[in-house]
Write a protein that binds this ligand. Structure first.
Ligand code: 6PG
Length: 470
């Protein structure tokens, strides 16, 4: 008999996803380009309804029609190569699902090319890392809606469940919409991570708190508004000790972070769409500057900040202000990220449902957090909301916390502790709420040196001034 679904790619994400699907009572064919990984997956999981196949023909032939094939291979060229190898063996109506971290423009292209051969193509975001793939990820599928309906029952079963029991999967939109939303998720993930890192740095360098003390603080923060997976794992990370030296593990981990590019894509897309996304973009740059370790070490011996007095105020109070600054800044980041989704949705004709997107982020994914419910509520109140800051709840809480973020940023700047995302958060807040910005000067300068013309406040039309005669 034939299997209900197939998974190509037996690296850890593919293997775990196959096991997740199998655990819900499905029979799963598996295939990997090199046979050893398939053999390994089978050997490691005796008694499971996983069916190994060793050629593309055998794999395709083992599946019920319309075939449902999940691709869990490396994004980019490997995905194209896999699709090409499958294509001659597929029939009209078959459904290919790409679960990799694929660039959304590639998904738009593949969806269109494959549609020409009658093959459905679902590009889907899958978030939650290895454990999520195995036990329940958040899933962001985009592509032909009718095709998605055929796999929806499986996806709803394998997805994480939110507290209210709802599965963390929803149809996102046509072609590249799902992968775009996954990309935006990752951009937000970068922002959250950098904000947490800056909070840690402030507590460490400004207040001289120990790693153990900070572990307790993050743990406490996780009980309140900041309740989220990334805060939770940070609290846990800070409790781990190095086997060799006995030091806190974070003290021996090199301060240079890598990346696989999804945060960069988010910023690139924002630049292309003309959407301000400063906080996430700062977090991408923060990783880049972190990676320049040697250069920074050399610079540190040559370039000096000011000598400042150690902080003498109430430490507990400042910790609370850092917490408020973090929540404030997180809201700025999500306001920017969701504003980007709105512009992208208009540009690409996706008709994204922002409230539903926030809802499926509530469990399974890396940015899962209690506060996402507030975003869902905001869009339920007003589906056309231009910016989260205009929602009553977000407006109130950011107004209340702005004092803290201003104080924290000022202290950090004085002490020479870099806070690129905290400071970009308050700059965005102040820019967004400014009826007047100094771009009149920019307009004048452009008109001055390049005759680029300018617009006026008091009447319509396009004007040019003869700047060279007074
Ligand atoms: C997830 C993660 C996951 C991953 C990425 C981004 O949602 O499960 O976002 O997709 O961690 O690879 O990681 P980089 O930091 O390497 O860009």
């Amino acid at each position: 008999s034939k299997q209900q679904i197939g998974v190509v790619g037996m690296a850890v994400m593919g293997k775990n996803l196959a096991l997740n699907i199998e655990s819900r009572g499905y029979s799963v064919s598996i295939f990997n380009r090199s046979a050893s990984r398939t053999e390994e997956a089978i050997a490691e999981n005796p008694g499971k309804n996983l069916v190994p196949t060793y050629t593309i023909e055998e794999f395709v032939d083992s599946l019920e029609t319309p075939r449902k094939i999940m691709l869990m291979v490396q994004a980019g060229a490997a995905t194209d190569a896999t699709i090409q190898s499958l294509l001659p063996h597929l029939d009209k109506g078959d459904i290919l699902i790409d679960g990799g971290n694929t660039f959304f423009q590639d998904t738009i292209r593949r969806n269109e090319e494959l549609a020409n051969s009658g093959i459905n193509f679902i590009g889907t975001g899958v978030s939650g890392g290895e454990e999520g793939a195995l036990k329940g990820p958040a899933i962001m599928p985009g592509g032909q809606k009718e095709a998605y309906e055929l796999v929806a029952p499986i996806f709803e079963q394998i997805a994480a469940k939110a507290e209210d029991g709802e599965p963390c999967v929803t149809y996102i939109g046509p072609n590249g919409a799902g992968h775009y939303v996954k990309m935006a998720h990752n951009g937000i993930e970068y922002g959250d991570m950098q904000l947490i890192a800056e909070s840690y740095d402030l507590m460490s360098r400004l207040l001289g708190l120990s790693v153990d003390e900070m572990a307790d603080i993050f743990k406490e923060w996780n009980e309140g508004e900041l309740d989220s997976y990334l805060i939770e794992i940070t609290a846990d990370i800070l409790t781990h000790k190095d086997d060799e030296t006995g030091k806190p593990l974070v003290d021996v981990i090199l301060d240079a972070a890598g990346n696989k590019g999804t945060g960069k894509w988010t910023s690139q897309s924002a630049l292309d769409l003309g959407v301000p996304l400063p906080l996430i973009t700062e977090s991408v740059f923060a990783r880049y500057i972190s990676a320049m370790k040697e250069e920074r070490v050399e610079a540190s011996t040559k370039i000096k900040g000011l000598d400042v007095q150690p902080f003498e105020g109430d430490k507990k109070e400042l910790v609370e202000k850092i917490r408020e600054a973090l929540y404030f800044s997180k809201i700025m980041s999500y306001a920017q990220g969701f504003a980007q989704l709105r512009i992208a949705s208009e540009e690409y004709g996706w008709e994204l449902n922002y409230g539903e997107i926030a809802k499926i982020f509530r469990a399974g994914c890396i940015i899962r957090a209690k506060f996402l419910q507030k975003i869902t509520d905001a869009y339920a109140n007003n589906p056309e909301l231009k910016n989260l800051l205009l929602d009553e709840y977000f407006n109130e809480v950011t107004q209340k916390y702005q004092k803290s973020v201003r104080e924290v940023v000022a202290l950090a700047v004085q002490a020479g502790v870099p806070v690129p995302t905290f400071s970009s958060a308050i700059a965005y807040y102040d820019s967004y709420r400014s009826a007047d910005l100094p771009a009149n000067i920019i307009q004048a300068q452009r008109d001055y040196f390049g005759a680029h013309t300018y617009k006026r406040k008091d009447k319509e039309g396009i004007f040019h001034h003869d700047w060279y005669t007074k």
